[in-house]
Design a protein around this ligand. Structure first.
Ligand SMILES: N[C@@H](CCC(=O)N[C@@H](CS)C(=O)NCC(=O)O)C(=O)O
Length: 191
């Protein structure tokens, strides 16, 4: 919303401190209690990729590569690649240690580690010589990817991937990002 320069109101909900899951206040809004969630005309909308598409659409197509424009197909692909393909293996890699480690499940560990490496290498290679995922300006695709790269960076997964790391650092240095963190708090756990 800061990148769009649009008005918004934040409603805070807190995860359960032990399980890290959503609590009753979120279930009161939506049966699967997922965040991010926005209220549109009295209805709760979930799924970050869809939310980003919708918010760009109602803000004059800002931050999007719109129908009929060059790079439209690449834009949609990168916008949905983040949550559609990267999120699940990344989360399994991050949550593994919390559930006692994946070392007792070598086949699973091999699958997840291999998948995370392949996906991050792909992003790192793609970002060579590029400032943003698609086109010459920031788009919704960068915004959806940022969170996952931030999570990966937290556990050192970008240390050997300089293009992806520099890209993440550029996104995190943007005024809109800094303002959003100032208002809403850090995106990933600190310390
Ligand atoms: N694919 C969904 C993922 C949503 C999701 O899993 N959100 C997490 C926070 S990052 C959540 O709500 N976790 C709390 C819970 O599931 O109880 C999206 O892109 O919005």
């Amino acid at each position: 919303m800061e990148e769009l320069g649009a008005d918004y109101k934040i409603v805070e909900h807190h995860r359960d401190a032990q399980t890290n899951r959503s609590q009753e206040d979120m279930f009161a809004l939506h049966p699967i209690a997922k965040a991010p969630a926005i209220e549109v005309d009295g209805r709760i909308m979930i799924e970050s990729g869809a939310i980003i598409e919708y918010l760009c659409e109602i803000n004059d197509g800002k931050l999007a590569i719109n129908a009929g424009e060059k790079d439209r197909s690449a834009y949609l692909e990168w916008l949905h690649f983040a949550e559609g393909t990267v999120a699940m293996p990344m989360l399994m890699a991050l949550l593994g240690p919390r559930f006692g480690g994946l070392d007792k499940l070598p086949l699973m560990k091999g699958f997840i580690d291999g998948e995370v490496s392949k996906l991050l290498d792909y992003i790192d290679g793609h970002m060579e010589g590029r400032e943003f995922l698609v086109g010459g300006e920031i788009t919704g695709a960068d915004i959806n990817m940022e969170y996952l790269l931030e999570l990966g960076n937290l556990v050192g997964l970008l240390n050997e991937r300089p293009n992806a790391k520099a890209y993440l650092q550029r996104l995190m240095a943007r005024d809109a990002y800094e303002k959003a963190i100032e208002i809403g708090g850090p995106l990933t756990p600190t310390g």
